[in-house]
Design a protein around this ligand. Sequence first.
Ligand code: MCA
Ligand code: AMP
Length: 494
Amino acid sequence: MAADSFPQLIDDNDKLALVDGDNNYSYGEVNARIDRFATGLLNGQTDLQEERIAFFMPASLDYVTTMHGVWRAGGIAVPLNVASAVAELDHYLSSARVTRMIANDEYQESLRELCASLNIELVSVADVLADETVALPSLEPDRRAMMLFTSGTTNKPKGVVSTHKTIHAQITTLIEAWAWSENDVIPLFLPLHHIHGIVNILSCGLWAGATVHLFAKFDIPKITDQVIAGTYNVFMAVPTIYVKLIQYFDSIDAERVQQICAGFEPMRLNISGSAACPVKLFKQWRELTGQILLERYGMTEIGMGISNPYHGKRRAGCVGQALPGVEVQLFDEYDGAITEEALPGEIRIKGDNVFLEYWDNEKATRESFKDGWFCTGDVAVVEDGYYRIMGRSSVDIIKSGGYKLSALEIEGVLLNHDAIGEVAVIGVEDETWGESVTAVIALVEGAELDYDSLKQWCNGKMSSYKIPKAIKIIDELPRNAMGKVTKPALKEML
Ligand code: MCA
Ligand code: AMP
């Protein structure tokens, strides 16, 4: 591979790349391990020819080895959410036609039956690592590299396919815009099946030669210990994480709060994204830590598109301007480009950062582009040269704690419950989660249902963060003249 066209790690052998608990790994060690893993995956072949290889593991040396190993060997990396329910995994694995699954001991048991039924070979990283390395294939930049599943306005999540070129563009634009350097040290505690964790933190960090501290989950005491120790100079998170940090401050003594805030204060950058950062939160964070949050806007299909400036004014409630190499244009409902400020329109995006296709779904891919622009479904307005996100065109998408959830997917599961006649799932404004999943239910005649039993019934049928946080039982769902449930009316009612 030509190092300048692909997502890569720097080749400074001694520089510290990853910290995983008490273990430190240099770029030299990680690079060598990736080559051994890629060689093992190839197992005599010269190129994986876009074989879909799924992996099911939290942030770890093995995760990095697997992701880059699949890339170097010419496969398509399919990182999965370790919190997925089996039914969700079945959909991801079968729709992507995955042939091999990489998971380590503790996770293998939960996957064995499913992998066997789908004829997927289940192996650990150690099983694959070769003793020696062979020459790895030379790949064209437009080869498919990664598939991430995203929920949308359809019942089942779609596989978003990016090429090496896409990921390279997504990384390099952020390296430039946010001034990444090898002096950076950043914690990574976000899930690694989404762009935020994969590209913005892990891939940018490794491209820049920075040090990335890996956490299997958002472990507030451990992470804040390191903040107090002055370990990090960059911090990236979803708004819910800043809210949770502030909530944590209420549960600890004033001296520790002061130490944590003093640890954030000298950092060169704190970023918020994946969901709207409320102005109140922006102000609270500045008062507590002195940090002016840099808010940016992105999407699985495009990586990052719009960002407040690194140098220059970061405006609360706004997401800033188009990133370098990204074209952004607002369009009205008649597909006319909006050229005046203050008129809202749909955000459409062009650039090398835009994904290639929805896997095996030509129709959905075609419908999501107009005249070469990718249509995001998000509505924004420009005010004094800054984009401000106003909302989404679909009421069926909910953003909870940074996760994009499909109301239709959740409704599809809930409708299998014997007591539920009709259901509409909506996102209700919430201080912690941004939007909180709420199910409005009309029961089957004579049936009864309480929240706790429904929550229990949902366990194992969907990832836990999709399970409604509340239910509201009503006699009949409101519908318009076409028979469609009027979700805006329901939202207003709640
Ligand atoms: C956890 N819970 C949630 C969520 N997360 N409920 C609703 N929404 C959520 N997002 C629930 C669990 O089901 C559980 O419920 C309880 O909270 C505690 O779970 P736990 O895992 O301990 O919670 P946590 O560690 O505090 O997790 C909160 C979190 C997490 C750290 C904010 O949700 C998270 O990592 N979110 C970020 C997701 C992300 O990276 N999104 C980026 C995608 P119970 O106790 O009832 O079982 S967007 C993207 O990539 C684009 C390109 C972009 O712009 O960035
Ligand atoms: P996902 O497909 O999970 O990557 O989520 C992408 C969606 O997150 C976008 O289409 C937006 O609706 C939302 N989003 C991301 N960043 C922001 C932001 N800063 N403000 C508001 N919404 C955002």
